[in-house]
Write a protein of this length. Structure first.
Length: 387
């Protein structure tokens, strides 16, 4: 079978054996449908974990457009596996040309089972997925697990073609399987103090390793920001907004020393607060801000491939939507949550519609997400159906 992924494009700055950024483009056999992609490594202290597929191929006398985003966590082995195998598994289903929906669902299930059976090699991580299959430029099937998203533009209007699988919306399913949804594990901690924080990153890492398994930073530290200002009185805290960005803005207007760290369990948060009070801040004033809901206090999506330790409480069956590509269908955007956390669907569509070259549109979207301080890896595929 023809290879199912496309990597044409420019690549820069290798990190952890993979490119920290990449982009490329391609088109259908007749050249009527074009695509472009852009992937940019986020600010987290780990190698790039986003993978993509963007390709046209011939199969059974039909032209297929295959597009996907795989957003990994706790390593890149699972999204890498999906990039190599998921579309192949879908197209191997005997019923694919008769019943694509059923074939996609079965292939997702079989692929997840294969990942779990190879967990000794692939590790304990997992991945979201959003896949799009275009047949003869006329009919589109979109499937997803997790929070990677597909958005279609018809007549300039953004239409979400995927479902964000979040723990709060599927709490019942998680609890019925014996799991729980909690905001506190994974809390973000903010502290303020009257003296600048002096903390060497290497020394910090050595300090955390001393606690061993007690200080379990599941995905390491994914967000660090330092702002040096003056102090603020404790009674001002009640005016702090809930949003972290608004907190930073408000605090900086009063002039504060601010540190933000993201942890994956309550104990780590508590230890960090104690260390902060004892070592770094004089007269500290502390804030604890709840993080996004997480399955068993760990995973911020309710459906994913892999994640063997959580699988008894997770689902991997996809939501699937199909649509006809008509004269009003302009473009399709697939992207990881590194984009969608900072940009509404309609704005992404508006940006992509203004740029005829889909590669430039994808690069503009990832660049804009970076400008908005998106911390996660950012990956984007733009498919343009009409010039």
């Amino acid at each position: 079978m023809d290879r199912l992924c496309c990597f044409s494009g420019s690549y820069t700055k290798l990190v952890g054996g993979r490119s920290s950024s990449s982009s490329g483009k391609g088109k259908s056999h007749e050249g009527l449908i074009k695509f472009g992609f852009s992937l940019v490594k986020g600010k987290a202290n780990h190698p790039m974990e986003d993978y993509h597929v963007a390709k046209f191929m011939q199969s059974e006398g039909h032209e297929l457009g295959l597009f996907a985003i795989y957003d990994g966590h706790l390593g890149d082995t699972v999204p890498s596996y999906l990039q190599k195998h998921l579309f192949s598994n879908i197209l191997k289903e005997e019923e694919f040309w008769v019943d694509p929906n059923r074939s996609i669902s079965k292939a997702y299930e079989k692929t997840d089972q294969a990942i779990l059976s190879h967990s000794s090699d692939l590790g304990r991580g997992g991945s979201t997925a959003v896949t799009a299959i275009l047949i003869n430029g006329q009919k589109l099937w979109v499937a997803n697990v997790g929070d990677s998203r597909a958005v279609l533009s018809k007549g300039g209007q953004a239409i979400q073609m995927s479902t964000d699988h979040e723990p709060n919306t599927e709490r019942g399913s998680i609890e019925n399987k014996g799991g729980f949804v909690s905001n506190m594990p994974g809390a973000r901690v903010a502290f303020v103090g009257t003296s600048p924080l002096m903390c060497n990153q290497v020394d910090w890492e050595r300090g955390t390793s001393f606690f061993g398994g007690i200080m379990n930073l599941l995905d390491e530290i994914t967000q660090t920001e330092w702002i040096s200002f003056f102090a603020i009185r404790r009674e001002k805290q009640e005016k702090f907004p809930a949003s972290i960005q608004k907190v930073i803005t408000l605090l900086s207007s009063y002039g504060i020393v601010v540190g933000l760290w993201e942890f994956s369990n309550v104990l780590a948060c508590g230890l960090y607060l104690l260390m902060t009070m004892m070592l770094f801040c004089s007269s500290p004033e502390l804030l604890i801000l709840g993080d996004v809901p997480r399955v068993n206090g760990q995973l911020a999506v309710s459906r994913a491939f892999g994640d063997k330790s959580l699988k008894s409480h997770l689902r991997s069956d996809p939501d699937i939507q199909e649509t006809l590509v008509d004269a009003n269908t302009e473009l399709l955007i697939l992207a990881s949550d590194g984009l969608w956390k900072v940009m509404p669907n309609q704005e992404a569509v508006d940006i992509a519609r203004r740029i005829k070259d889909p590669q430039k549109a994808a690069k503009q979207l990832t660049a804009e997400a970076l400008k908005r301080d998106s911390k996660d890896d950012i990956s984007c595929v733009v498919v343009r159906f009409k010039g």
